[in-house]
Design a protein around this ligand. Structure first.
Ligand code: TXA
Ligand code: MG
Length: 323
């Protein structure tokens, strides 16, 4: 069983040692908890795929302490640099061409010639990067296809018994609660690969133009972002989206002040605040999944503006037919 430690300075030191030894460490970021490995160690990175049951074609995000360090591993274009300066440290991931001489494991790119990079803002994540002294590859710390973890208990429930996982650093609940926004540059065009913690509108403001959509640029055989599988973030219960009323036998995941009343229900944000809803989404999906005990979960409509785009994206995948 992994050790779950409060994220004190000494626990972070210990976790840094475990990473350098090639073992896995789960840690909080401002978005969700990550399952980390030394990104320069092939065997360590391979253990991430094993622990999560993650398909090998799905590449990983590499976490770094600064933009200067990121620039040692891949080539920034002017738009990417502008976005990094505006949003790092924070919930934005940039997919960029690898440098020839980068020591990053090829496994993090899963066969692509690009790598996804992010500088996290969470102080525990930053302290861990410093303690490890190397880049950390980290997907969300959940079994592949399941709901992402926003606290240490979620991580222990999903991956606590994974043999390679040495330590879970407990740094409380993640303040944003949704994964980073992923931006790539196919043919040099800034493209939204995955909506997330930084809203499209904020990014377009910095770029001074609209983002392209990944669906439009990905061909039949290749998706721009291989991780965007249809079914994902899946609770055990089935979901019914955009529900304006709730049926007698259903549980309810509500949003806003005018939620219908029913016995089993949680409200993402009674005031209709999308930032609050994003922070609550995964924890409430988990809690309601247990309470629903096999009932369908009806989900209130969520507006598509700001963080609503990412919330709707996760709900759509949670509701998708399972394989
Ligand atoms: O907030 C986050 O992004 C969290 C925390 C831990 O940083 N991490 C996370 O990782 O959500 P993961 O592995 O669950 O999602 C990474 C996404 C996937 O959709 C993956 O396909 C995409 O990023 N991705 C990674 N590398 C890529 C690449 N080279 N090209 C295109 N997409 C890439
Ligand atoms: Mg994930």
């Amino acid at each position: 069983m992994a050790e779950c430690l409060s994220a004190t300075a000494s626990a972070i030191e210990k976790a840094g040692v475990a990473l350098r030894e090639g073992r896995l460490v789960a840690f909080p970021t401002e978005t969700v908890y990550g399952l980390g490995a030394d990104a320069t160690n092939d065997r360590a990175v391979a253990r991430i795929f094993e622990a999560k049951g993650r398909p090998r074609f799905n590449p990983l995000i590499v976490h770094l302490s600064s933009l200067a360090e990121a620039a040692r591993h891949c080539m920034f274009n002017a738009d990417a640099e502008r976005l990094a300066r505006a949003f790092w440290p924070g919930g934005l991931t940039l997919v960029l061409p690898r440098r020839q001489d980068t020591p990053l494991s090829l496994l993090v790119s899963a066969g692509l010639d690009t790598v996804a990079l992010r500088v996290p803002a969470h102080e525990v994540a930053q302290a861990l990067l410093k303690a490890a002294g190397r880049p950390i590859a980290a997907p969300s710390a959940n079994p592949s296809g399941k709901v992402s973890p926003t606290n240490a208990t979620h991580v222990m429930e999903g991956l606590g018994s994974a043999p390679a996982l040495a330590i879970v650093l407990d740094g409380g609940s993640c303040p944003l609660g949704l994964e980073s926004t992923v931006i790539g540059f196919p043919d040099g065009v800034p493209t939204l690969f995955r909506p997330g913690a930084v809203a499209r509108e904020e990014i377009e403001m910095v770029l001074g133009r609209k983002l392209a959509d990944a669906d439009a640029t990905a061909g039949e055989e290749g998706r721009a972002s291989p991780g965007q599988l249809e079914s994902h973030y899946a609770p055990d219960s089935l979901l019914r989206l955009d529900a304006t009323s709730v049926r007698a036998e259903e549980a309810l995941l509500a949003f806003g002040p005018n939620a219908p009343h029913t016995a089993i229900s949680m409200n993402l944000s009674p005031t209709g605040d999308l930032t609050e809803a994003a922070a609550n989404l995964f924890a409430m999906l988990r809690a309601l999944d247990i309470q629903a005990a096999g009932r369908v979960i009806a989900v209130s409509p969520i507006p598509m503006t700001g963080l609503g785009e990412a919330i709707n994206d996760r709900l759509k995948r949670a509701a998708a037919p399972r394989n």
